[in-house]
Design a binder for this molecule. Sequence first.
Ligand code: UDP
Length: 327
Amino acid sequence: MSKNVLVTGGAGYIGAHVCKVLSGHGFIPVTFDNLSTGWRDAVKYGPFVRGDLLDRDRLAAAFVKFRPIAVMHFAALSLVGESMTDPGRYWRTNVTAALNLIETALAANCKAFVFSSTCATYGDPDGVVLNETTPQHPINAYGASKLAIEQMLANFAVSDGLNAVIFRYFNVAGADPDCEVGEQHRPETHLIPLVLDTVAGRRAALTVFGSDYNTPDGTCVRDYVHVMDLADAHVLGLQRGLSGKGGVFCLGTGTGFSVREVIAQARNATNRPVPVIEGVRRPGDAARLVSGSAHAIAELGWAPKHSTLPQMIADAWRWSNAAGYSE
Ligand code: UDP
């Protein structure tokens, strides 16, 4: 049987780590990516198809050529702030791409489908620790577009027997400890790499987006998960999809850290200052997003090993001092 798995967005941060772990488990990740935000250098563990999910012919040709046994769908626009200023782009790109992919996969009789969803589908849930049954009321277009795709997958599960495994993840951080792949965005918008750029002197200061939230220190609280743990969960999800089952799983640690706590940890880890500017709130941000992962642990046997804040910052710091991908 083919060991090929079509990985959309395999040249991006999370996709590239998942490709590494897939290849370690004997799968062949076939990356399908338009390189709009990904990196050719990040595709190291299997074939690469440069293509856009809005181009159905190119996508169908990839299914014919590689005959994947499953799809893992990471390719998406994923910036909360940008989704608030350009929602049309998020609806068009994320939702149309997912529909094209689902229909093309089903036409090729490929029914195992692992999807990257997000805690942004919950909205601003007011202090609770989230789980799979918490009501979803997104407050930004990014979260809304991902929720629409979750619903689309549920519909195709009923109509066509699609085995959709949906992961809602929280804030992904860290990097491959071997530094073969890591996080590199142009421009960078995520907190931990920006803090580390500031530590390294590549940025003059880190702007804290709002310190008047209803949280212990006034800054937003997020649940950070190590990208290698996330990748492990995806392989377990793939195996579940291949065995004919679907499901929804939250991947968090149950512990949240504020923006200020992340900054303090980076200061401790590197022994260097982090100049800070107190900024205004970023539109679309929830005060606190923290999730348990009891369902993923019980049902999938997920066992996160690296998701402590010191380890995530240490691995991100090592990667940020490595060569990175060429521009
Ligand atoms: N954040 C910040 N300054 C920055 C970037 C992010 O204060 O320069 C905050 C942001 O408002 C959020 C948290 O850090 O509360 C994590 O943001 P990130 O963009 O890393 O991930 P998101 O939660 O949007 O997925």
